[in-house]
Ligand binder design. Structure first.
Ligand code: SAH
Length: 370
């Protein structure tokens, strides 16, 4: 079997080349071809010796994801369904804005965490994505969006993808090693060269992994909070039973010692009649009292079969006001791409293998007792 070069971060690629007697600068050259210029043909790598190119052709390949569909919404949001083999597929979403282009990347086929309000969670869990499959989403989007001619910069001279958020399908910190290698590539100047502040890992609260990330590769951190009390959060985010709020808040504080931004972002999905009372907002204030943070409120995005409803605009505004009055920067996430089911929590992809999905509680159980 050939190795897929998209599976390597810089260190991995250097090691692989060193085993073949190649110098470290070859890794830098290769990274640039692979990621900056999005090349998938060794023949185009003109500054790499012919002998090495021949050897690469023998032993390696550059295998990006295969798009099964490519859908655009009127607001410019674009969604790709990417084949990851075995009948499974994951989704990647590009969200252009006036000032930036954000790519929302998936990290697992399905998700084992089973949050009550999340469509991905309802699909069950199949497997972790490989590093190649994670970074491949950025690689693919850059190529399709025409950003590979000069290092991620499009014709207009602006960075087409300026921000990456690991907020697609899956729990990034439950796929730690592969996500870490992908993050390193996103930051690597020879690859995507993104600023740490513009790469965001979103987690439902895997506390030990938050601590590891702080040491290994601190990037912007978003935590899916969704409830001010353990009783409610246990229901909405079952992982809370393993890492309750007190533990999670302590991890957020520790993270800030190394974080590239001086705040944590708390995501809070607003569910009508469940967690959207003004009293809930006040309880949140008490909870985050000593953590520099911003809030990003996400009005619930419905999906088939979901029991929840989105609160009225007025209720959302009142909730936001309580937080703002306490001087916490609070944004309401604009619903983008919902016409193509690309909004938060609507990514379902295609997750097969119900053999694994059935004992999902076991997967969750093993996660929680790990
Ligand atoms: N597992 C990670 C990454 C997913 S990010 C995490 O939990 O943070 C996706 C964000 O969308 C999370 O904050 C998630 O809680 C939120 N979300 C999930 N389902 C949603 C829905 N139906 N409507 C709005 N937001 C949702």
């Amino acid at each position: 079997m050939k190795v897929n070069l998209l599976d390597f971060d810089a260190a991995g690629l250097s090691a692989w080349l060193a085993e073949r007697g190649e110098k470290p600068f070859r890794a830098r050259q290769l990274l640039r071809w692979l990621h900056r210029f999005g090349v998938n043909d060794f023949g185009q790598m003109t500054d790499i010796a012919k002998t090495l190119r021949a050897r690469l052709t023998d032993e390696a390949e550059i295998r990006g994801p295969l798009p099964l569909s490519d859908t655009s919404a009127p607001d410019g949001t674009r969604k790709w369904l990417l084949d990851v083999g075995g009948g499974n597929a994951v989704e990647t979403v590009f969200i252009p804005d006036e000032t930036r282009g954000t790519l929302c990347v998936s990290t697992q086929v399905g998700c084992a965490l089973d949050c009550a309000f999340c469509s991905t969670g309802k699909q069950g869990f199949n497997r972790n994505l490989t590093t190649a499959e994670i970074i491949g989403q950025l690689w693919h989007a850059n190529r399709v969006l025409g950003a590979v001619k000069q290092a991620g910069v499009g014709d207009s001279g602006e960075r087409v993808i300026s921000n990456v958020v690991l907020m697609g399908m899956g729990e990034p910190l439950a796929n730690y090693e592969n996500v870490l290698a992908a993050l390193r590539l996103m930051l690597d100047d020879n690859a995507y060269g993104l600023s740490r502040r513009r790469v965001t890992v979103s987690t439902a609260g895997m506390v030990p992994a938050i601590d590891r990330l702080r040491e290994d590769c601190p990037v912007a951190l978003a935590v899916s909070l969704h409830a001010p009390t353990d009783a409610l959060r246990d229901e909405l985010v079952p992982l809370n039973k393993k890492y309750p709020l007190k533990t999670l808040m302590a991890a957020c504080r520790r993270y800030l010692d190394n974080a590239p931004r001086d705040f944590v972002t708390f995501e809070y999905v607003l569910l009508s009649g469940v967690n959207d009372r003004e009293a809930d907002a006040h309880a949140l204030l008490a909870l985050v009292r000593d953590i520099p943070c911003k809030f990003n409120l996400i009005p619930f995005n419905p999906f088939p079969g979901s029991p929840y409803r989105r609160p009225s605009a007025e209720r959302i505004r009142r909730f936001q006001e309580v937080l703002m009055n306490a001087d916490i920067v609070t944004t309401v996430r604009k619903t983008r791409g919902d016409q193509i089911d690309a909004a938060c929590g609507q990514l379902a992809g295609r997750v097969l293998n119900r053999r694994l999905a059935a004992p999902r509680n076991q997967v969750l159980h093993s996660l929680m007792t790990a």
